[in-house]
Design a protein around this ligand. Sequence first.
Ligand SMILES: CC(C)(COP(=O)(O)OP(=O)(O)OC[C@H]1O[C@@H](n2cnc3c(N)ncnc32)[C@H](O)[C@@H]1OP(=O)(O)O)[C@@H](O)C(=O)NCCC(=O)NCCS
Length: 82
Amino acid sequence: MACTRLTGRGPRAESEQTVTARAHRGRGLATALKAHALAWAQGEGFTHASTGGTVLNLPMLRVNTRLGYVPEALWVTWERRL
Ligand SMILES: CC(C)(COP(=O)(O)OP(=O)(O)OC[C@H]1O[C@@H](n2cnc3c(N)ncnc32)[C@H](O)[C@@H]1OP(=O)(O)O)[C@@H](O)C(=O)NCCC(=O)NCCS
């Protein structure tokens, strides 16, 4: 129903590819799964966690904010039609 992937990079556990099957979204699955993955990583000795994604992905932003992630300094690219 949901999955996420953790990759170790030195002391940092980087998570990516968090997905919940469409029919099961909005029930807290991604939040619970990512929280479980982070607890596991902490138990394994990782001291930091990182993740990435577009600022337009509001559900993922909700999940990450709830789990305590804060954004790093951002470089935002803009475009306009000429
Ligand atoms: C992002 C994703 C994994 C979230 O999974 P989920 O199991 O539905 O997540 P949760 O239920 O734990 O939390 C979702 C939160 O987003 C909120 N949300 C859902 N749709 C939203 C929307 N359109 N706008 C704003 N918030 C939204 C939910 O209300 C919930 O927040 P809340 O608990 O504070 O109310 C899921 O939407 C998904 O699989 N998306 C496609 C894959 C993807 O984009 N993955 C991330 C890239 S790595």
